[in-house]
Design a protein around this ligand. Sequence first.
Ligand code: PEP
Ligand code: MN
Length: 359
Amino acid sequence: MDMIVVLKSSATDVDEQRVVERIRELGLVPHSSRGEFRTIIGAIGDKTPQACQQLEQLAGVDEVMAITQPYKLASREFHEADTILDVCGIRIGGPHVNIIAGPCAIESREVLFDVASAVKDAGASILRGGAYKPRSSPYSFSGLGEEGLKLLKEAGTAFSMPTITEVVDPRDVETVYEYADMFQIGARNMQNFNLLLEVGKTDKPVFIKRGLAASVTELLMSAEYVLSQGNHRVILCERGIRTFAEETRFTLDVAAIPVIQERSHLPVFVDPSHAAGKRDLVPALALAGIAAGASGAIVEVHSCPERALCDGPQAVLPHNFVTLMGQIKQVAEIVGHRVTLWGREEEPKPRPAVGGWAG
Ligand code: PEP
Ligand code: MN
């Protein structure tokens, strides 16, 4: 079983270095996590009782504990505080709420720029758009590939928004890295372990969507694949799971949000669009996710959804997205979170009651 070495608050850098060296000598892999009050060093690999005892005796060590969960670096045992990532100057995680919005797929320069301009105007902080689309049918539109990535980068620059796009093949990781600010791992690829390992070798944030029939533990194990490679910039996303309910495309597992947050320090987002499958249901699910404590939502928006090449029925119209952003801001404030609007974060104002959206 793996363990964590908790250092005393008085431990020096030299103490930490000695512990790290000793962990390596014992044939284990060290991972340091510096919290506000204490530093924890994960020692991953099979430990022996002697290893545990020996580490306990080193200078600066407070205690050595076994990590009981199958996921280690993703667990709160390893990192107590919420992880807050900095993505192009935007803080992601914990109480910082960010809205990622854009079309499902990058279809053309014109549509992408139309939608990007609309979501930016509404206050979204990150632009989404798929260039490689994993479709249920091999005959459906499968994305513009690198051409789409170029357009996404262009739109991100034009509207000063970091970008996120899905990568479906380990061989595309390098290309996607060149154009986008964040990798999206789609629900269907949540357990594509070679893909997870490949993005884990990069230094860009990885947004992992929960598989259609994956448990919370399995989602956290996928995060572990990325973290184990040294990339600690991981965000998780609840996007609905398969149930017997036919009225929605998937069933949003709202409870998974606080459950993941209890077990893991990683930021958790909600995807109301793919769970709903219908645009009229998107606001309710987005607000439910934010109320449940999500650090953000990823929402599909389209300026002309009846002509969309992918996921048109669930795309929210720009004017409805403006209303939704206002509602998200209100709900976030109720749970003590702050929404990043137009790339800036507003200080929460004390609110006596929930009123209508006024602006
Ligand atoms: C998407 O975000 O467009 C998408 C394909 O999502 P998911 O992987 O959750 O189905
Ligand atoms: Mn989609």
